[in-house]
Structure formats: C-alpha cells, structure tokens
Design a protein around this ligand. Structure first.
Ligand code: FE2
Length: 184
C-alpha cells in the first residue's frame, strides 16, 4: 500500500482543479474520522477518501468510467476493499453496488463534504459553529447545493450513525483541515 506522501503526489499530479483537490483532502479527513469512530483502519480509510476521485480529469465526460478508471490506476497501490469502495462510490453510474462499511463510508463521507463546504462558504465564520441542525435544514432546501445527493448522505445509517452525529463528526473533521480545504 502506498504511503500518504505518495498518495498526495498522485492527487496533485492528476487533479489540477483546486476545488476538487480540496474535496479530496476533505474526504480524507472525514474518512479518517469515520474509521476512528468505528474502530476501523484509519490509514486505509483516509487513503481511500484522498484517492477516490483520482480519475476525474479523464472521466468527467464519461460518468460510467468514474471510479472504475481510478480503481484501475490504483490496482497496485491499494488493497481490494479500497478499490471496491472507489468503484462503488459512483454506484449509480458504475453499477457496482456498495456492500461493506468502507463502501458506505466513502459514499456518505465524500458526499457530505459538498454539503458542508457549500454551507460554510456562505457563513462569515465558515465551519466555526456550523451546527448539524443547520445542515439538516439545508438538506431539506432543494435549491441549496442541488448537486449534493441527500440520499447518499443519509447512507450514514448503514454505518450505525444517526444523521446529526454524522454531520457533527464530518464538520469537526473538516475543521481539522480547514486551511487546506479553503475554509479557514
Ligand atoms: Fe468525490
């Protein structure tokens, strides 16, 4: 398995878009925190979050390949369970259904970063004081961050986490990397 420095170098080399790069770092932080909470492998889950969109530059016009191509690129670098999660994070297009805890963690974890980032960007204090109750309201507002799939965020229940608990965990995780994800 590659180490974090090598993973970050891969992300830098393959993801020129700043906001997508920041999304990868946010996903890494949320996945590490989920692993910590659930007693799972923090290193593996964090790397899976960091690397899950590695193919985006080459698949953005071919959604059915998004996730599959990244798993191919990483076949020699990550264990099978991480590759499977990367394929299943785009299950709606790849047809690879999520099954494991890591599969569901990547799906809800990477998706919630979009909601939290959108919510933080319109607050003067950004992530500071961003409450789960406020995020829940945003989830009910269909016009807010409309590309963020609410149902995927709610897959946190497959990890045994209540939505509010999950939202708080994700905000705290992103606070830990706020300068790196453009939310300081
Ligand atoms: Fe993503």
């Amino acid at each position: 398995m590659l180490d974090r420095d090598a993973a970050l170098a891969l992300v830098r080399a393959n993801i020129p878009d700043l906001s997508l790069f920041q999304h990868c770092l946010a996903s890494e932080a949320v996945l590490r925190s989920l692993a910590d909470r659930l007693g799972q492998d923090e290193t593996l889950w964090a790397l899976t979050g960091l690397l899950h969109d590695l193919d985006y530059a080459t698949t953005k016009d071919d959604p059915a390949r998004h996730g599959l191509a990244a798993a191919d690129m990483l076949a020699a670098e990550l264990p099978g369970e991480a590759l499977q999660a990367i394929r299943a994070h785009n299950a709606e297009h790849t047809g690879v259904a999520p099954e494991s805890a890591l599969d569901f963690a990547l799906r809800c974890g990477e998706t919630v970063t979009g909601l939290i980032t959108a919510a933080a960007l319109v607050r003067p204090t950004k992530l500071e004081g961003l409450a789960a109750s406020s995020l829940k309201k945003k989830m009910k507002d269909k016009a807010f961050a409309r590309t963020v799939n609410r149902e995927t965020i709610k897959e946190c229940d497959r990890l045994g986490l209540e939505l509010a608990d999950f939202l708080n965990l994700a905000v705290a995780a992103m606070q830990g990397v706020a300068p790196d994800v453009g939310l300081a």
